[in-house]
Design a binder for this molecule. Structure first.
Ligand code: UPG
Length: 462
């Protein structure tokens, strides 16, 4: 029943090459679709009774790696997954007018300069992030970093009522298509010809990470360990902390290492997932042997766990997206391992609260790296909770004339319609709540230390 609808979608693309690509993408889509509808419990691809924390033997502590130098950088390529549904987060400014992408390029440039290497940078974009990404990287045409971009797949969204794709409004890409998660990197790398090109250039290892994680720099010790252990796939994991909610954890599944994403957890077991039982959080920093990847892809469609995601469109219709995660591929590789890395290798920016932290004086820039300020009060970043008024990026940007000084901040909660002036200093615990209909503007130069601010700028000492 899918074919006529899909054929209509494909036929609307005027370009033959892209039509061929679309046909290949649709075949992958149909494979995942058929797997999804034949799963006994469509929303859960894992049997929870087989899930347990991984054996410590398969997770090596970063500190125990030998530190012996590697000369394998000439065989390495770096890939940042930079696709997804919304515009490129990586084009947002972090500090000093530099975006995530600018800083990533600085990091690779620094690696290449200090190591006398030529490690190339690959960026996987989606139809939603390509334009933003190209805008940033075109300014680097003459830099020493070789940058290749390729687009990830587009799959048709399914209308939940009929489980069919849209046949109309085909020009409205945002409504009709979706990028099917970063697990799509394997197919997209292959179909774009980039995988074959890398292999032809003698590249053997790929370091993959999220473009929002500025802690994910090349680490020669991990690369060396991968080579010594003949491991085809390494996942960097870190000790889970309270804020690690959106993401996945490394598990043992019937004796093999697997990724468990939050969305795969049955509702009855969410407490288990959040508790310390599963303590190794996936940073999505992945090291992949490219020859092994080619072998796995040659065996047919790589079967990755399906993460169904429902979305409600503006017109009220509900659509279903079948997505996959890059870390799920761990199950297909030999000698797969986890490396337990320090938190400094994981600096995710998922929310505007995370963005506030990386933009603040808690971090200094060093060769594109965000290095934590030594003067930071408690040695760990403060807990920041920004309310709904700050949730969207353009609202967040309007609300701060300048990011406050938060070096001595312990905890910040903001609720309601709140604006910040320049040179504001926040210390200790600060809570600012504007009730419905009220607006609070924190004036230029204001210092708030252990304060509850509410109503018409009433201040209560905490
Ligand atoms: N991305 C793509 N294509 C997509 C979706 C996302 O390239 O179709 C990129 C996106 O640009 C971002 C990265 O993938 O750079 C991560 O996506 P995001 O939605 O921020 O993270 P999650 O998919 O929720 O989580 C991933 C891993 C999870 C891990 C977490 C660490 O799946 O296991 O704990 O990253 O931040």
């Amino acid at each position: 029943p899918m074919s006529p609808e899909l054929n209509k979608l494909i036929a609307t693309d005027p370009d033959l090459a892209s039509r061929k690509l679309l046909v290949a993408e649709m075949q992958s889509f149909l494979t995942i679709y058929n797997r999804y509808i034949s799963q006994p419990n469509q929303n859960l691809s894992l049997d929870w009774t087989k899930v347990s924390p991984p054996s410590e033997q398969r997770i090596v502590r970063y500190e125990t790696l030998s530190g012996s130098p590697t000369d394998a950088l000439s065989k390495l390529a770096i890939l940042k997954v930079n696709g997804g549904m919304n515009g490129a987060k990586s084009a947002l400014e972090v500090q000093s007018n530099l975006s995530f992408l600018d800083l990533i390029i600085q990091q690779v440039d620094y690696l290449n300069t200090t190591e006398r290497a030529k490690v190339p940078l690959l960026l996987m974009t989606s139809f939603n992030t390509e334009a933003d990404t190209l805008r940033v990287i075109k300014t680097y045409a003459n830099r020493p970093v070789a940058i290749t971009t390729f687009n990830q797949s587009r799959y048709p969204r399914l209308l939940k009522d009929s489980m069919l794709p849209f046949a109309k409004n085909v020009r409205d890409e945002k409504a009709v298509w979706y990028p099917p998660g970063h697990g799509d990197l394997y197919n997209s790398l292959n179909r774009s010809g980039v995988l074959d090109r890398l292999l032809a250039e003698g590249k053997e290892y790929l370091f993959v990470s999220n473009s929002d994680n500025l802690g994910a720099i090349v680490d020669k010790r991990i690369l060396q360990y991968m080579i010594e252990q003949k491991s085809e796939f390494i996942m960097e994991v870190t000790s889970k902390i309270k804020g690690d909610i959106q993401g996945g954890t490394l598990i043992d599944y019937d004796g093999s290492l697997r990724l468990l994403e939050a969305s795969q957890v049955p509702s009855n077991n969410v407490d288990d997932f959040n508790a310390r039982k599963f303590k190794f959080f996936n940073t999505n920093n992945l090291w992949i042997n490219l020859k092994a990847l080619k072998r796995v892809l040659g065996q047919g469609e790589m079967s990755l766990d399906i993460m169904p995601r429902s979305r409600t469109l503006e017109d009220g219709r509900t659509v279903l997206q079948l997505e996959t995660a890059a870390g799920s591929a761990i199950q297909h590789f030999q000698n797969a391992l986890g490396v337990h890395v320090p938190r400094s290798r994981f600096l995710p920016v998922k929310t505007t609260s995370d963005l506030l932290l990386v933009k603040s004086d808690l971090y200094n820039l060093e060769h594109g790296r965000l290095v934590m300020n030594k003067d930071i009060m408690f040695g760990i970043p403060p807990v920041i909770k920004l309310g709904d008024h700050f949730r969207k990026i353009h609202h967040f940007q309007r609300r701060f004339k300048q990011i406050p000084n938060i070096l001595e901040l312990d905890h910040l909660t903001i609720a309601g319609d709140v604006y910040f002036g320049r040179n504001v200093v926040l210390r200790g615990t600060v809570i600012i709540t504007a009730t419905e209909g009220q607006c609070i503007s924190i004036p230029d130069g204001c210092i708030l230390e252990n304060r509850l601010v509410s109503g018409n700028l009433n201040m209560i000492e905490l």
